[in-house]
Design a protein around this ligand. Structure first.
Ligand SMILES: Cc1cc2nc3c(=O)[nH]c(=O)nc-3n(C[C@H](O)[C@H](O)[C@H](O)COP(=O)(O)OP(=O)(O)OC[C@H]3O[C@@H](n4cnc5c(N)ncnc54)[C@H](O)[C@@H]3O)c2cc1C
Length: 314
């Protein structure tokens, strides 16, 4: 199906709603069929316009940002997919508080701030994706997470068509979790994050060193969405359980478990969403039957009408 230019959103500058856009090209996993409608937005005004467009046509809607923690159904999405991109950031140098749009690339932000002598968040420097996705999924590593830096966030309430400011308590954060991860009616538009003064060269070096660690241990540049399953605990990381269940190197068609790290499910040969789901369920069933432990997914699956839970079915 050809991708065609569609309508210009009213009241915005050059924001085009496109038709039949291949979602595989808009996520790190490289999996997803055509979205009926697709739009990239930067500002709160553009987000509102996109949702107005969907409301008027009674379209299902799905919103995301960096696309590094999800995959789409290979049959596509029957409605409007809204992607938050760019948008920018401002800094209060006296307090090291950053006000940043959701669509801002997180690793790039950390590096740009480091050059200004603003740091204290090296752990976020190599987590792919954008600020909005990081806040919603409470991204982090080495025992630190972005919730610890959040002062407040601007939220768009889709049902009421209004913006409001939320404090961290609103999110009910826990490990790789916030309540917005399961709430398609509230979008993070921007966030205020607390950073700290830091030496530029030391910060950039620390981020670079951590990248080298990732490259040595994970398939960091592969088509994937990071750790596929949540760890049970520090002592029981998902990769250990998957390996103990004898599943290392398992494969379903183009989807396989990485030989570098068993908790990275990789699209190494034109995997479909069904291949990923089948491999995911195989892992969940084997780990449950052999070890008595249920693995929960960290990665989100966007079905044809919205996010779907990947349930364990016999
Ligand atoms: C190689 C690799 C390594 C990774 N390493 C780590 C790691 O060390 N630690 C870690 O925590 N994660 C890691 N991840 C996972 C991923 O990078 C993080 O989860 C990241 O924060 C996701 O951000 P995103 O913008 O890409 O989210 P997306 O994939 O765009 O979205 C994820 C979910 O958040 C929702 N969402 C996104 N933006 C918004 C918004 N503005 N408002 C409301 N809902 C929104 C989406 O609807 C979706 O449900 C890794 C991924 C890869 C590919």
């Amino acid at each position: 199906m050809p991708e065609t230019d569609g309508l210009l959103l009213e009241g915005t500058e050059e924001v085009r709603i496109r038709r039949n856009v291949e979602l595989a090209r808009h996520c790190r996993f490289g999996v997803g069929g055509p979205a009926d409608y697709f739009v990239e937005v930067r500002s709160a005004a553009d987000i509102r316009e996109a949702y107005r467009f969907a409301r008027e046509r009674e379209l299902a809607c799905f919103t995301y940002s960096g696309g590094s923690n999800l995959f789409f159904d290979s049959r596509g999405f029957r409605g409007l997919v809204v992607r938050l991109i760019g948008g920018g950031w401002s800094v209060d140098e006296a307090s090291q508080v950053i006000n940043v749009s959701s669509g801002t690339d997180l690793p790039l932000l950390i590096r740009n701030l480091a050059r200004l002598g603003i740091g204290g968040a090296d752990f976020l420097g190599n987590i792919p994706g954008a600020v909005g996705g990081a806040v919603v999924g409470n991204a982090g590593c080495y025992g630190q997470n972005i919730a610890g830096m959040l002062i407040s966030a601007e939220i768009y309430d889709i049902a009421a068509d209004r913006m409001f400011t939320a404090d961290p308590g609103f999110f009910e954060f826990s490990y790789r979790h916030s309540r917005l991860k399961y709430d398609p009616l509230h979008m993070v538009v921007s966030a205020r994050l607390q950073f700290a003064e830091a030496d530029p060269l030391e910060t950039l070096q620390a981020v670079e060193d951590e990248l080298q660690l990732r490259l040595a241990k994970h398939p960091h540049n592969s088509r994937c969405a990071g750790s596929f399953f949540k760890n049970i605990s520090r002592e029981q990381p998902a990769w250990k359980l998957i390996t103990a269940a004898g599943l290392a190197d398992s494969r379903v068609n183009g989807a396989c478990l990485s030989d570098m790290h068993a908790n990275f499910l990789v699209n190494d040969n034109d995997a479909s969403s069904d291949d990923i789901l089948a491999l995911c369920r195989m892992v969940q069933l084997c780990v449950r039957d052999r070890l008595g432990i249920v693995l929960e997914t960290e990665v989100r699956y966007v079905g044809q009408c919205g996010v779907e839970e990947i349930s364990l079915s016999d």
